[in-house]
Design a protein around this ligand. Structure first.
Ligand SMILES: C[S@@+](CC[C@H](N)C(=O)[O-])C[C@H]1O[C@@H](n2cnc3c(N)ncnc32)[C@H](O)[C@@H]1O
Length: 210
């Protein structure tokens, strides 16, 4: 029998690879705030969305230990590239090691630095953008990356429901900025969007083809 609905979903979703299973375990053993890692259910969903889209270029904001980067990179077109930005340089050794273990060094480019300064310098156009950095910066990431999203491209943002706090009056900056971000996407006529209530909520928005 299943202990909860999550374990039922897990046992009826494609298994995660051995590399991801180990990465998840190692993150819980050695990293600070391990609950930030995507994990099996969200990881398989990200992988599936990326496979459906078959992007040539993916941008990720917030690498952490590399779990979601690996899942998203699974859907890249042959010759495609994922750029992942992480501000915390203490994570560099671990996320590089994990990308190496996944055999993805040729398709994942890790950049250490602040996404707010790096995004404006990027010249690529992306068919998929995954926002999973500092929750207080979501509106800024949106402003900066929207013009880099290809027509018909997908923008996915994690924690869109922020443990359900988004339905209440915000009393902290994280909730306030996530509410602001969700409203920005909702009011943007160039986006077709939906909040998928998986885990902490994924805002999924498609940039309408011009
Ligand atoms: C929720 S974790 C990312 C989890 C990862 N995407 C996954 O699913 O396994 C958020 C990460 O964003 C990073 N971050 C926060 N602000 C950032 C910024 N301005 N630029 C780049 N990374 C940032 C944090 O250091 C942290 O590692």
């Amino acid at each position: 029998m299943y202990i909860n609905i999550e374990s039922y979903i897990e046992s009826h979703s494609t298994e995660e690879s051995k590399v991801l299973e180990e990465l998840f375990r190692e993150t819980h053993l050695h990293a600070v705030h391990p609950r930030m890692v995507s994990g099996h259910i969200q990881g398989r969903l990200l992988s599936l969305l990326s496979r459906l889209k078959q992007p040539h270029r993916i941008l990720e904001i917030g690498t952490y230990t590399g779990y979601s980067a690996i899942c998203l990179a699974e859907g890249l077109k042959t010759g495609g590239k994922l750029i992942s930005i992480e501000i915390n340089d203490e994570l560099e050794a671990i996320n590089r090691k994990n990308i190496e273990k996944a055999g993805m060094c040729d398709k994942v480019q890790l950049i250490t630095g602040d996404a707010k300064t790096i995004i404006p310098e990027l010249t690529d156009e992306f068919e998929l953008i995954f926002i999973d950095g500092n929750k207080q910066e979501y509106p800024e990431y949106y402003e900066l990356s929207k013009s880099k999203l290809a027509s018909g491209g997908l923008l996915i943002a994690d924690n869109a429901l922020w443990s359900g706090k988004v339905i209440k009056t915000a009393t902290d900056p994280q909730t306030r900025e996530i509410q602001k971000f969700n409203n920005m996407v909702q009011e943007d006529p160039s986006m077709r969007n939906f909040i998928l209530p998986v885990r902490d909520g994924l805002m999924i928005a498609e940039k309408i083809q011009a």
